[in-house]
Design a protein around this ligand. Sequence first.
Ligand code: F6P
Length: 196
Amino acid sequence: PRPVYFTRHGESIFNIHGLIGGDSSLSPKGEKFADLLSLFIHNEPELPPDQLNVWTSTMKRARATAAKIKCARYVEWRSLREIEVGVCDGLSYDQIRDNFPQEYKAREMDKLRYRYPRGESYMDIISRLESVIFELERQQAPVVIVAHQAVLRCLYAYFLDLPPEEVPYLAIPLHTVIKVTPKAYGCAEKRYKMMV
Ligand code: F6P
């Protein structure tokens, strides 16, 4: 069966400052990752450019990360956007703890179900990913997905069949490509860390 490759966008300006939300651009390291990612993909025998599908979110940092990849079909999905953090947009976790202590606590207590005021929860993301997963399952061609931490935690958990309670804590580091290959039972996984 055909593998699926996932990666987060390259480091963004907000990542450098530890801020969440927003739609910031790539940092110089993030740009370097975009270069390395395209080289990596073009060297993967399983990802021929004349068949390859590249899917990104509609956010700048994801689009810029995928911009150099040669592919047969490029699709931007709103459903791949990062978790909407509502009133916490543009804040650091320390600022959230100071400005919205009750919200901070509520999220710590139940990170899976906690919904940011005017924003989303992990459960919300899991349901908006249904359409992406449906499309992914019926693809004949290989797919590379460039998205975001919370969204990729949910997609990864779907493929690895992990319980929802684990989803918000899964490690999906920056500058790492995760290759997931469906097997008769479950999935095999390989990670490639890029040195930026
Ligand atoms: O910090 C990067 C980021 O992608 C944020 O945009 C997002 O709010 C956060 O990670 C999601 O991770 P967590 O659910 O652990 O806060």
